[in-house]
Design a protein around this ligand. Sequence first.
Ligand SMILES: [Zn+2]
Length: 232
Amino acid sequence: MNLTQISLAKSHFRELKTTKEEKQVILSSLENQSARSTERILAELKPETFKPIETERPVRGDKIELTLTLDEDQVKDLEEIQRLMGKSMTKLELVKMMTKLTLESLKKEKLKTVGNKRKTEVVKVKTDIYKTKREAQPALRSSERSRYISRSTIREVRERDGSRCQYIDPLTNKQCEAIHHLHIEHKMPFAKGGSSQDVENLELLCATHNRLKAIQQFGHSKMSDYIPSLRD
Ligand SMILES: [Zn+2]
């Protein structure tokens, strides 16, 4: 590490409360990085300060005011749809139409899978009755895979992990002590086939280690697709 990196890291640590373990992890992730990418990695670790992307508040009657923040590109896409629809349609009408269409198609999909399930469920319950709960869950078909983590699963993972970050520093073998800003993390990433239902595939990580793990798992280049500030 060069002097520029050291002074960048120092001012980062001064600005944000960082544990000793976190410092080690951060420093090791800075090795062999340019000054520019050092700045980016550190910026990425800072808590997000921008406004929430979605807000909801009740207004008169039974109406709710929903505020969305979209990228310029997304707004352009909306305008492109407006243009292609060929009639003067407001964005509100467009959203209403899209909601209706999406809902209809999702309901149709749901009916299909429920229909398929019913045929096999009765048999399954009988044969699986003596197996443990986890074994009894039928393997999810790819169409049924969901990223959604249920409340009860979240509770189970939180209790098992003692509401503490599960990251263990490979150098010191010490567990991270963070107990705030914890995220539920897929050990095997969802995108690579990891389950969101199996508690064994889930663990608690603090924001720093959550990001560190994502960077390690998907590699710097892949993450930069999602985190523009990582791009060189
Ligand atoms: Zn941590």
